[in-house]
Design a protein around this ligand. Structure first.
Ligand code: NAP
Length: 296
C-alpha cells in the first residue's frame, strides 16, 4: 500500500462557499416570506487584533449573505454592567436574531455571566447552558459553529448515516471537543473522548473510524495514530516557525496521513466552515423565531 497518496483532501473552503451560497438564497426566500431581514449582532470588547480580524470577517460575510449586521465595538474598559446592558438591549431588539460576544473578553469581565445573559433563542454560538443541555439531551438546539462545521464535512464525506462508527475526539473543551462528542453521539456513533490526561491516546486514536482532533498541539497526531481508511478532521490551528517563516498548521502531521480515507487540510479545512455555520445558525434562529420550517 502506498501510505502517502490515497487520502482525499476534504475541501472546507469549497464546501463553505457552497453553504454560504445556499444561505444567501435562503435569506432571500425568508425575506420574501416574512418581510423581515435576518440580523446578526457581534459584540467586540477591547482591541485584541485577532478578534478584530474575526469580527470584521463576520461582518463582511453577514452582509454578503444578505443579512443585517450589527457591530458593537466597545472599549477595553467597558464594565460588566455596561456589557450586560448591551446584551439585554440586543435580546429585546426584534431586528436581531443572533447575538455573538467575541471571546476572549478582557480579564475583568466574566465571559460565563455574559454568555448566560444572552437569550438562548439568539445564542448563535451555542454556548448558553440551555443550548448545551438541549444538545446533550438530543433535542433541537443552537450548537457551536466549529463542531457543526465538522459534522457537515463528515456527512459530506461519509454520507448522512454515521451510525455505529467509532469516533474518537481529541480534546474536551466546551467550544469544540465536548459538543463534537455530543453531536457524534446524537448521530449514533460510538464515541471516545481523549484529553491531556488520557493514558493511551495513540492506541485509542488508532481504533477510530472518525478521528476529530482539537487539541491545539502542532504535530500531535502522527501517521501511526491513524487507522487505514479513517476520516480525519483536524480542527487545530497552530502558528509555528519553519525556516524563520511563520506558518499555520493543524494538530495532525498531514504528510503522514496518506493512508486515511480523507483528511481536512490546515488551513482550508475546518477553518472556513466556522463563519458559514455562524450564519447558518443565525438563519436557524430566525426560522425558529418566525416558526418557519428548519432546513435539515
Ligand atoms: P482548548 O480549550 O485549549 O482545549 C484543548 C483540549 O485539548 C483540552 O481538552 C486538552 O485537554 C486537550 N489536549 C491538549 N493537549 C493534549 C494532548 N497532548 N493529548 C490529548 N489532548 C490534549 O482548545 P479549543 O478551543 O478546543 O481549540 C482546540 C484547537 O482548535 C486550537 O488549535 C484552536 O485554535 C482550534 N480551533 C479552531 C477553530 C476553527 O475554526 N477551525 C475553532 C475553534 C478552535 P485537557 O482538557 O485535559 O486540558
Amino acid at each position: 500500500m502506498d501510505r502517502f497518496t490515497r487520502a482525499t483532501e476534504i475541501d472546507g473552503k469549497q464546501f463553505a462557499t457552497g453553504l454560504l451560497e445556499r444561505i444567501k438564497a435562503e435569506v432571500e426566500a425568508v425575506k420574501a416570506e416574512t418581510g423581515v431581514v435576518p440580523g446578526l449582532a457581534v459584540v467586540l470588547v477591547g482591541e485584541d487584533p485577532a478578534s478584530a480580524v474575526y469580527v470584521a470577517s463576520k461582518h463582511r460575510q453577514t452582509v454578503a449573505a444578505g443579512m443585517k449586521s450589527f457591530e458593537h465595538r466597545l472599549p477595553a474598559e467597558t464594565t460588566q454592567a455596561e456589557l450586560l446592558a448591551l446584551v439585554n438591549r440586543l435580546n429585546l431588539n426584534p431586528e436581531v436574531h443572533g447575538i455573538l460576544v467575541q471571546l476572549p473578553l478582557p480579564a475583568h469581565l466574566d465571559p460565563n455571566a455574559v454568555i448566560q445573559a444572552i437569550n438562548p433563542d439568539k445564542d448563535v454560538d451555542g454556548f448558553h447552558v440551555s443550548n448545551v443541555g438541549h444538545l446533550a439531551t438530543g433535542n433541537p438546539a443552537l450548537v457551536p459553529c466549529t463542531p457543526l462545521g465538522c459534522m457537515m464535512l463528515l456527512k459530506d464525506t461519509l454520507g448522512e448515516n454515521l451510525a455505529g462508527m467509532h469516533a474518537v475526539v481529541v480534546g474536551k473543551s466546551n467550544i469544540v471537543g465536548k459538543p463534537m462528542a455530543q453531536m457524534l453521539m446524537n448521530a449514533h456513533c460510538t464515541v471516545t473522548v481523549v484529553h491531556s490526561q488520557t493514558r493511551n491516546t495513540a492506541e485509542l486514536c488508532r481504533a477510530a473510524d472518525i478521528l476529530v482532533v482539537a487539541a491545539g498541539r502542532a504535530g500531535l497526531v502522527r501517521g501511526d495514530w491513524i487507522k487505514t481508511g479513517a476520516v480525519v478532521i483536524d480542527v487545530g490551528i497552530n502558528r509555528i516557525k519553519v525556516d524563520g517563516k511563520s506558518r499555520i498548521v493543524g494538530d495532525v502531521v498531514y504528510g503522514e496521513a496518506g493512508h486515511a480515507r480523507a483528511i481536512t487540510p490546515v488551513p482550508g479545512g475546518v477553518g472556513p466552515m466556522t463563519i458559514a455555520c455562524l450564519l447558518a445558525n443565525t438563519l436557524t434562529a430566525f426560522r425558529r423565531h418566525h416558526t418557519l420550517a428548519i432546513a435539515a
